[in-house]
Design a protein around this ligand. Structure first.
Ligand code: XMP
Length: 508
């Protein structure tokens, strides 16, 4: 049985994935699709509601993205947010006016209406627009306003279309979730049937049926996506073989943890390949970041290919693709800042029949919930993102075993102290970087000339943008003291206070 589905039509706004995630948080399955998705495809999904997102255009502009009239004739309730709100008004004969620039928090005054059930008459909302609905279409009632935006919300109860100029999906809108819930449960009559328990049970059952006793191969990285994907498949079939390539650029204790969890606790067939020697050899003297990434990416594929050859033909290859990857691949290429290494390049070189991607409908937070649901331990499920090229891109300059060992020890102390301070699940990513800089210090009356270590901690939602984490000074102090005392060859520690952009999260 399929879940009830809401379709979010993407008009190019910056919060669009967030809208989809919020709908899912309400327990309603939804898909984010381009605004001009073919009617046939929409019909097939049998949506119980449609949400039109914000976007950078103005509806009165030539070439502005518009919605097919046919979509409005589907007889499905529609909610327009920001640009979507203006578009719905425009398509029904209302007017759209420019000139009321509103950015940030505003006081929202509501006057009843289906979307504002149980929302106080005054609350805070988040605005980000310069155009707004002047006159709402005939048959609509205006249900909210702000000082500068007379039509902050309107609705046509009879024809079931609704518009909100503010952004209910962002946290700063105090009752944003309530507004979305009112639309989903009040207007669309959603049942709230999207739960991770359901998802896991149904996915395992479907995988069981699909795979039967055929042979399956999975490249395990220890990251949460491949871990959850492999475990779902493992629960559905007996013939899964996981290959874990240890490229010698992992953090302290990481390889051991992967073996313990997946082989010992989950009982999976796990092949660990210790390829550190060959990776380090290839990386000898290499300084340039892109060259490092390229070498590691290629070598990884080669090692995996060799292992796969030993296993021979497999029927399925498991990949941990998640929904944002699916969305992004449909939206064209953006500028390449760094060549990311992941196992996406594998299919070309492995002898298999089909790729299985059990997580392709899930957002990252849902992957984590699913991981808990199927019994994976917390440290794996809540593991912070770790780049494929590993510590190689956290050592500035050439990579040696000595530098790796210094960085591993320092990074381990950083992680321990962040966990001790209870910040490990709050900070998106935190790690140490062995900078190429050396400086003069004094230790026990002796002059030292040693490495400068940088600490980086960032908060982020998806890694696309990030802010530096405000780690309390006393925690930083403990970390700094421990590292200089316990790890040799570091005599100076700095904290990176740049956001992304203009910096990136990793240093290389
Ligand atoms: P940047 O440094 O581009 O990183 O701001 C954004 C996020 O991506 C991670 N990252 C990678 N992940 N393969 C990956 O799977 C890679 O090659 C790679 N490079 C960076 C980074 O840790 C951060 O979470």
């Amino acid at each position: 049985m399929n879940n009830q589905t809401v379709v979010v039509l993407d008009f190019g706004g910056q919060y669009n994935q967030l809208i989809a995630r919020r709908v899912r948080e309400c327990g309603v399955y939804c898909e984010l699709l381009p605004y001009n998705t073919k009617l046939e495809k929409l019909k097939k999904l049998e949506p119980i509601g449609i949400i039109l997102t914000g976007g950078p255009s103005s509806v009165t502009e030539k070439g502005a993205p518009i919605l097919s009239e046919e979509v409005l004739k589907l007889g499905v309730p529609v909610l327009g947010i920001c640009y979507g709100c203006q578009l719905l008004s425009y398509m029904h004969g209302g007017t759209v006016t420019g000139g009321a620039r509103e950015y940030g928090k505003r006081t929202l005054k509501t006057k009843g209406g289906a979307l504002f059930k149980d929302v106080p008459k005054e609350s805070t909302c988040w605005m980000s627009h310069s155009y707004f609905v002047g006159k709402a279409p005939e048959g609509c009632i205006v249900t909210a306003s702000t000082d500068t935006c007379p039509t902050a919300a309107y609705e046509n109860e009879k024809e079931k279309y609704y518009g909100v100029q503010f952004h209910p999906e962002v946290m700063h809108t105090q009752y944003g979730m309530k507004v979305l819930e009112n639309f989903l449960f009040g207007v669309c009559k959603a049942k709230g049937d999207w739960t991770m328990k359901n998802f896991a049970e149904r996915t395992i059952a479907a995988l069981k049926e699909k795979i039967g006793d055929k042979k399956v191969l999975c490249a395990l990285s220890g990251g949460v996506d491949s871990a959850v994907a492999a475990t779902l498949v493992h629960k559905a079939c007996k013939n899964l073989v996981c290959v874990f390539v240890d490229h010698g650029l992992l953090r302290k204790g990481e390889a051991e943890e992967v073996e313990r969890v997946f082989r010992d606790e989950q009982g999976m067939k796990l092949i660990t390949v210790d390829a550190s020697e060959r990776f380090l050899k290839k990386l000898e003297g290499v300084v340039e970041p892109e060259a490092k990434r390229k070498i590691i990416g290629e070598e990884f594929i080669r090692v995996f290919e060799e292992e796969a050859k030993k296993i021979g033909h497999v029927d399925y290859l498991v990949q941990g693709t998640i929904y944002p990857d699916v969305i992004e691949s449909g939206l064209g290429d953006s500028a390449k800042i760094k060549s990311h290494h992941n196992v996406g390049a594998l299919p070309d070189v492995i002898d298999f029949e089909e790729i299985v991607e059990p997580l392709r409908d899930l957002f990252k937070d849902e992957v984590r919930k699913c991981g808990f649901e199927i019994g994976l331990p917390r440290p794996i499920v809540m593991r912070q993102p770790f780049p494929g090229p590993g510590l190689a891109i956290r050592i500035i300059g050439d990579i040696t075993r000595d530098k790796l060992s210094i960085l591993r020890d320092a990074d381990c102390i950083f992680r321990e102290e962040i966990a001790r301070a209870g910040l490990d699940e709050e900070i998106w990513q935190y790690f140490a970087v062995l900078t190429g800089a050396r400086s003069v210090g004094v230790m026990g009356d002796e002059r030292t000339y040693d490495y400068t270590l940088a600490l980086r901690g960032v908060t982020s939602v998806d890694g696309m943008t990030a802010d530096w984490a405000r780690i309390p000074f006393d925690v930083l102090e403990t970390i700094s003291n421990r590292i200089v005392n316990e790890v040799g060859h570091i005599n100076r520690i700095v904290y990176d206070i740049t956001s992304k952009p203009p910096a990136t999260i990793e240093w290389e």
